[in-house]
Ligand binder design. Sequence first.
Ligand code: FES
Length: 508
Amino acid sequence: MALRLDTQPYWGETAFPSYSKLDANVRADVAVVGGGITGLTTAFLLAEAGRTVVLLERGRCASIDTGHTSAHVTMVTDARLNELVDRFGRAHAQAVWDAGFAAIAEIERLIIENDLDAQFDWVDGFLHASLGNKDDADELDALKQDASLAREFGFDAEFVEAAPLVGLPGVRFGSQARLHPRAYLAGLARAFAGRGGRIFEHSEASEFCDDPMSIKVNGHTISCADIVIATHNPVVGLDNFFSATMSQTRLALYTSYVVAGRVPKGAIGDALWWDTADPYRYLRVEPHRDFDVVIYGGEDHKTGQVEHTDTCYRNLEARVKKLLPPIELTHRWSGQVIETPDGLPYIGRVAERQYSATGFAGNGMTFGTLSGIMIADAIAGRKNPWAELFDPGRVAVTRGLWDYVKENADYPFYLVRDRLTAPDTYSLRSIRRGEGKIIERDGAKVAASRDDRGKLVMRSATCTHMGCIVKWNSAEQTWDCPCHGSRFTPGGRVISGPAESPLAEVEE
Ligand code: FES
């Protein structure tokens, strides 16, 4: 098959519902500007929380940045974990990755609860050395350090001598994901409309007013209590409204290039890959029934600073053909990523009752979804664990002491986090006398401990209060719940509440 010369994203062939232009004055609790992943997620979550919401898109939904993503759904940030720890301290580094992980879990929840056909699946992600640095001792140390830090923060991660496909040393991160971004957002748009949400396409916000709060669109007025700017680059066309915070942030815009093509079914595993080159290259698979599509990207440069951009495509094509000789290239396109000076996104309130989100770097799917969660929390008056960390008005994230997990144990994400992350062990044999570990059995977490005589006792690890996963207290030889402090004997009996019922029995 000949390579298409036009630059169309692979996702573009998937239908998206169309919506009419705004042609009358409307009133809503919240007006969301931008119909990509940030806008649609925010709009849906607010509608789910009982708000009336209007979403405005100046062109077609899911066609600009979200339409040009490669849709790696991951909490692995462009800034390496060891760099985040160096820059911001351990608690903040964990918080950044937790936030991304919470976003993946939220995407899965939205898909399941709304029955969306988004081709979502949990897959492994491999961060691996590039050919140029594979023998560099510092690089290998950094990879090992990333693996052990991730593991320490509760993520499923391990150093591997040879990552699949590339055969280079790297880190395997479990519980990453991939989806079809346009199919996902088409489903989310329908689910939003099903909850009474209104979407207007070809409806550009031309004027904003904060007293009374309103937006002019197509000569009509939207009156609302809160405004969310979800346009990826929040400065474009809106500098009179949002300049106070955003113009000082020195957002850096980069262009990233992607090629895609067919390979025989099963030619490579279903996973995500990134290398540690600068700029880095990324690869993922989009499975079909009779073949797979491989999506390969990289060659990032500051937007507008490379004249012969065709070379970027040619470099990618040459590399992916070397890696996967049978590939038949069918698509190529480019997208834009926005970086911030400290490497963390800006998400949250930019002025009284005005919110925005940008600076997602290579994590558009996860940070876009996270923005929806955080802005919906802010408007609904809910406390959010990451509000200060990603505050658009932050001056600097300090390395100070902060018991981040303890302070946020009540947040819904922490009620499910441990269910999604790595078990302590995969083998009952590794549990010694007087020790307890969380193991996984048929996808469920089990609290397994061995008494002083070597007898193994197993109970469900799910706390009977509100469903957190218990942790072994080695000094007391008890199972303690990190969320609200319930405690249980190794056999599951309640020592202290709020839980009232014992840990459930499991088949031994
Ligand atoms: Fe509340 Fe365990 S979930 S104490």
